[in-house]
Design a protein around this ligand. Structure first.
Ligand SMILES: C[S@@+](CC[C@H](N)C(=O)[O-])C[C@H]1O[C@@H](n2cnc3c(N)ncnc32)[C@H](O)[C@@H]1O
Length: 219
C-alpha cells in the first residue's frame, strides 16, 4: 500500500468529524452524533459514496443551517474531506465510514430531507447490477429514511446509469421531479448544491461528457 494512503488510514481514525461503522455492535440509530446536541434539530442531507467529500463540503458551506453527512466505504478518501472541513471550520458536515448497504442501521426512519448520489460507480456488469446505488433494494432503504416529500438527487456522467435509474425509479413507483441531460447547460438551473463540482466531475467535463441530473421522490 502506498505510504500516503496508509497515513490517511491512520490519521482518519483520530478525526473528530469521522464516525466508523466498526465491526462490533451498532448503537441505536437515534443515539448517533447527527441526532444529538446542536445537530438534533437540523435538516439532514446525506451524500452517498462521497469519496473525498467535495460535494459534502460544498453543500455544508452553502447551507449552514443543514447538516450534511458524507458516507463512503473508503476511509482514506474521506480523510481528505474531513481534514479540509476541520481546516475550514465547517461544523455542519460529518463523515461516516460505512457501506451504503448498512445505512439504515445509522439513521432513524423519516429523518432525512435529501439524499445525494454523486457520481455513483455505474457497476456496468450484469453480475453487479444489485450494487448500483439506485437498484430497488437501495430505493427501499432511501424511502424509509426520507421524510415525506424528501428528495433523492442524482448527478452522473454515465448514460447507462442514468437510464437505469430512471427505469428503476419508475418501476419502484417513485416520481421524477426534475431531469436534465446537461445540468451545466444553458437551459437548466441546478439546485445550489448541485453546482458544486468535484475533481471526478471536473475530469468528466474536461472530456466533454455532459453531466446528467435527476431529482425524484419515493413517498
Ligand atoms: C466514482 S466515486 C465518486 C466520489 C464522489 N461522490 C465524487 O463525486 O467525486 C464513487 C464512490 O462511491 C463509493 N462507493 C461505491 N459503492 C459504495 C457502497 N456500496 N458503499 C459505500 N461507498 C460506496 C466508492 O468508494 C467511491 O468513493
Amino acid at each position: 500500500m502506498a505510504k500516503n494512503k496508509r497515513h490517511k488510514y491512520e490519521r482518519v481514525r483520530h478525526l473528530p468529524n469521522v464516525i466508523f461503522s466498526g465491526s462490533g455492535e451498532v448503537p441505536a440509530p437515534g443515539s448517533q452524533p447527527w441526532y444529538r446536541g446542536r445537530f438534533a434539530g437540523m435538516e439532514k442531507v446525506l451524500e452517498l459514496g462521497c469519496g473525498k467529500g467535495e460535494h459534502s463540503l460544498g453543500f455544508a458551506a452553502a447551507n449552514p443551517g443543514k447538516l450534511c453527512v458524507g458516507i463512503d466505504r473508503k476511509s482514506h478518501r474521506m480523510c481528505v474531506g474531513a481534514e479540509k472541513a476541520l481546516d475550514l471550520g465547517l461544523e455542519n458536515v460529518l463523515f461516516l465510514r460505512a457501506r451504503i448497504e448498512q445505512i439504515k442501521w445509522f439513521f432513524v426512519e423519516q429523518s432525512i430531507h435529501e439524499i445525494w448520489l454523486t457520481f455513483p460507480d455505474p457497476c456496468p456488469k450484469t453480475r453487479t447490477i444489485k450494487s448500483r446505488l439506485s437498484a430497488p433494494s437501495f430505493l427501499d432503504v432511501y424511502a424509509g429514511l426520507l421524510v415525506p416529500g424528501g428528495i433523492v438527487h442524482l448527478k452522473t456522467d454515465s448514460d447507462m446509469f442514468f437510464d437505469y435509474t430512471r427505469t428503476s425509479v419508475e418501476r419502484w413507483g417513485g416520481r421524477e421531479i426534475a431531469v436534465a441531460m446537461d445540468m451545466h447547460g444553458e437551459d437548466f438551473n441546478p439546485p445550489a448544491a448541485g453546482k458544486v463540482i468535484s475533481a471526478y466531475e471536473n475530469a468528466a467535463l474536461l472530456r466533454g461528457t455532459p453531466i446528467k441530473y435527476l431529482a425524484f421522490e419515493l413517498n
